[in-house]
Design a protein around this ligand. Sequence first.
Ligand code: C2E
Ligand code: MG
Ligand code: MG
Ligand code: MG
Length: 289
Amino acid sequence: QAKNDGKDDVRVHDAQRQEAIEDRMRLATDLPGALQAGELVLHYQPVHAIDGHDLVAVEALMRWEHPTLGLVSPGSFIPLAEKTGLIVPIGAWALDEACRQLREWRTLFGNERGLQMSVNVSARQLADEGFAALVGQTLSRHGIPAGSLVLEITESMLVEDQRSEVSRLAALKQIGVQLAVDDFGTGYSSLSYLPRFPVDQLKIDRSLVEQIDQPRGKAVAAGIIELARVLGLESVAEGIEDENQLTALAALGCALGQGFHLARPAAAADITERLAEALSGRQMSARSC
Ligand code: C2E
Ligand code: MG
Ligand code: MG
Ligand code: MG
């Protein structure tokens, strides 16, 4: 009977694999219509000052409210959108929607909070000739000061075609937006782009934060935070999942952090509540809740 059990396991496994393949095909078929159908939404994850716990920014993270598959995470459809080029219109929508939302929060809560908005940008978007102009138009359409917008780009995008990338990023800096290197420490481990690229933030990848409880992991995190400091960049730790990681990052002088321990990504309405709580003087830190 042990043999039979094994066969059943294989059958269940095959069925699951078949289902996963079918889901992926459904996503590929449905993605071109998702934007028009209004199925794409942005959730927002708070970014806190590690020292003091102030909510200083939010990162816009895309989700797809699929009519039959439910809430689909970006890992399942952004790569597809990048491959097909759909990321260009979808990314333009995300930028517009994030700026519209920031406008709404600034109107509700006042501008003096200086809340910042981070938006992830794909290589295909950055490669587009008109991207800097699009960013400029989007900011002025919503009356958002350029310095309040942080564009997150990944390390691997920075090593590809150095010269055109440098001029594209320079055009964005010209507008006044901030630039962040996302998932720092997971790319090609080439640092040669760093002196050349006009970036403002290093976002330390979750895989490094995870190892901060070990001596070597802590040494690497310390090195990155020090590198950011001497370059005059802000360090942002991603994926903080517990108090020990937060304490270690605070001791290393990391400026900002995000992660499930501080706040999970949430729908705009939930973030509105968090911002309202913050204004009424209550603490927004994980420690208070
Ligand atoms: P990312 O920009 O590095 O975003 C951080 C990811 O880590 C998010 O996943 C977030 O939900 C997750 N995260 C945050 N805190 C924690 C934590 O404490 N523990 C763990 N395990 N995870 C945490 P999400 O929302 O699934 O997004 C995945 C990736 O998809 C993003 O990584 C980004 O590269 C991409 N993405 C999301 N939205 C967009 C978008 O609008 N445009 C583009 N081009 N890419 C996007
Ligand atoms: Mg990001
Ligand atoms: Mg990241
Ligand atoms: Mg990531």
